[in-house]
Design a protein around this ligand. Structure first.
Ligand SMILES: C[S@@+](CC[C@H](N)C(=O)[O-])C[C@H]1O[C@@H](n2cnc3c(N)ncnc32)[C@H](O)[C@@H]1O
Length: 319
């Protein structure tokens, strides 16, 4: 059942227009996520990707003092930022009506174990990288700024993008660029990378790719030649697709009947995983799918926040 979301450009709640200045970044599909989560006062919610706390802040404002919010992130820097932003977000208006908030350093792939025995009213996952990660050259996520080839969301994890770029054999590298970047020029790029080793920085890698992969058509000319390879490395380094699959497998076990799961994804590989998990869950009688088609950003949001252009939101309700 599609709930026919009303995409009008009004604020999601008290103080919504101050969001950007308060949390320093713009949460994507915020109003839509809150609508599909249908946050209940006094309920228990999980923000599986708390990031800078943008979505969490809006959930917290609806929960009231009897409510509980758990925020997870595999990036400790995100948790620190979320803590600051959520404290600031409570402000005078909400300080006597603020839920209990617990922030945990964890991958959402581990929710089944970390939240064993809990029954939640809803869970939100806004997957991908945060502006905090993208904007810091030292994290190595962006080819637009020179930084070490790192790309780890969790800096305690061992494998970095530099290890993958310099140690993985050419065929494996080509396959992962093809699979996780949907990059047709993967073999050529992998060959050029292997010939240019060692490659130490994001800028060096972007130059090697640009020289090897000339755009083949108009669509390819519109994006930087390194975009898909960087996406592939990031997904591989952070095992993003496996984590998402594990989260969606756990979702029916940690939600109450009537509990909602809302996922915002940013590329087709992730969206397919969400769509298939909801469809299979519906067949098993675990979920009712609330979004027949993925919900996308309004033109107004896309104009204000270019990152929202590729966002797709899907929601389901635990039966
Ligand atoms: C797009 S941001 C979330 C932004 C957040 N909704 C907000 O409004 O501030 C995605 C966050 O998810 C985190 N993340 C990605 N994969 C994760 C995983 N498997 N487990 C936990 N956190 C993850 C990233 O570190 C990042 O901080």
């Amino acid at each position: 059942m599609d709930e026919g979301f009303d995409n009008t450009p009004q604020g999601v709640g008290r103080g919504a227009h101050r969001e950007k200045e308060k949390v320093g970044h713009v949460p994507v599909l915020l109003k839509e996520a809150i609508h599909y989560l249908a946050v209940k006062r006094g309920g228990s919610y999980l923000d599986a990707t708390v990031g800078l706390g943008g979505h969490s802040l809006e959930i917290a404002r609806r929960l009231g003092a009897a409510g509980h919010l758990i925020g997870l992130d595999k990036d400790p820097a995100a948790l620190e930022a979320a803590q600051r932003n959520l404290e600031a977000g409570a402000g005078d208006e909400f300080k006597n009506d603020w839920p209990k908030i617990k922030l945990l350093h964890s991958s959402f792939a581990e929710v089944k174990e970390r939240l064993a025995g809990q029954k939640l009213d809803g869970l939100l996952a806004d997957i991908g990288v945060s502006s905090l990660q993208l904007d810091q050259a030292a994290r190595g996520f962006s080819f637009q700024a020179e930084g070490p080839l790192d790309m780890r969301m969790n800096p305690h994890q061992e494998r970095t993008a530099e290890q993958v770029v310099n140690q993985v054999d050419e065929v494996t590298l080509a396959n992962l660029i093809y699979e996780f970047g949907e990059e047709r020029r993967s073999r050529r790029i992998a060959r050029a990378i292997c010939r240019s080793r060692p490659i130490r920085t994001t800028a060096e890698l972007a130059d090697v790719i640009s020289a090897a992969a000339r755009p083949m058509n108009q669509a390819e000319r519109r994006i930087h030649p390194a975009t898909k390879t960087f996406q592939a490395l990031r997904i591989f380094v952070n095992h993003e697709l496996e984590d998402l699959t594990a989260l969606l497998e756990a979702a029916p076990k940690i939600l109450k009947p009537g509990g909602r799961v809302v996922v915002i994804s940013f590329h087709s590989l992730e969206d397919r995983i969400v769509k298939d998990a909801f469809r299979d869950g519906a067949k098993r009688g675990e979920f009712e799918v609330l979004t027949k088609k993925p919900v996308t950003a309004s033109q107004d949001e896309m104009d204000r926040n270019p990152r929202s252009r590729s966002a797709k939101l899907r929601a389901a309700e635990r039966i």
